[in-house]
Write a protein that binds this ligand. Structure first.
Ligand code: PXP
Length: 235
């Protein structure tokens, strides 16, 4: 199971003062040297953390794989097609939200997702759709041509009931049966990640806030290697 380290919040700290530090590029390089299997970032319409400059440089220096989260915004889509990250993960975005609040409502935006997926794939970029752990949403993602789904673990992390866990398991099985890669993320930390690791068919976890928060105390290399170790060992 790969660990994608989301470095958005290094840029969040930079943007609170408009300085050139801390640099998410440096964080990405340190995360990779500590064992991260991929680097993830989210370019938001309001550019509250990651900016074009970051993604251009990350594209040059990331040696593992670069995964960029974005909404269906056309200007950002056009930019990403020129930079060509390895993966794009399409997420819903609301300007007032503190963080991504849920998965895509694919019934509502199927046409836009279909078009965006086609365009990214024709530029050689693999596409993940960030969805709720729901079998129907996984089936629709497959129909829309996604290479992978990322299952939103946020609701389970906030209130970890068995029922919610079963839904993540079920959605994973549906994805695997349909030939999709299954990723998961949102709200994962050292305390809860071990349970998700038990779903062995999940191939990638994307984790940001808890790793960057821990890195304030112990440094990003140790924060990443602790998370890698927990993913390897489980609960
Ligand atoms: N996956 C997606 C699609 C996200 O939007 C985010 C938050 O940017 C994450 C994973 C990481 O979530 P967290 O910061 O809670 O680990």
């Amino acid at each position: 199971m790969r660990l994608g380290v989301n470095i958005d919040h290094v840029a969040t700290i930079r943007e609170t003062r408009g300085t050139s530090y801390p640099d998410p590029i440096e964080a990405a390089l340190l995360a990779e040297s500590a064992g991260a299997d991929g680097i993830t970032c989210h370019i938001r319409v309001d550019r509250r953390h990651i900016k074009e400059r970051d993604i251009k440089i990350l594209r040059e220096v990331v040696k593992t794989h670069l995964n960029v989260e974005c909404s269906l915004n056309k200007e950002i889509g056009a930019f990403l097609k020129t930079v060509k990250p390895d993966w794009v993960c399409i997420v819903p975005e609301r300007s007032e939200e503190i963080t991504t609040e849920g998965g895509l409502d694919l019934m509502k935006v199927s046409e836009e997702v279909d078009n965006a997926t086609r365009e990214f794939k024709s530029s050689g970029i693999k596409v993940t759709l960030f969805i709720e752990p729901d079998s129907k949403a996984v089936e629709l993602s497959s129909k829309l041509g996604a290479d992978a789904v990322e299952l939103n673990t946020g609701s389970w992390c906030e209130n970890p009931t068995l029922n919610k866990f079963r839904k993540i398991e079920e959605a994973t099985q549906v994805g695997i049966t349909l030939g999709l890669e299954v990723h998961a993320g949102h709200g994962l930390n050292l305390q809860n990640v071990g349970y998700i690791v038990e779903i062995e068919e999940i191939s990638e976890l994307n984790i940001g806030h808890s790793i960057i928060a821990r890195s304030l105390m112990v440094g990003i290399e140790r924060a990443v290697s602790e998370m890698k170790e927990r993913i390897l060992l489980g609960v």
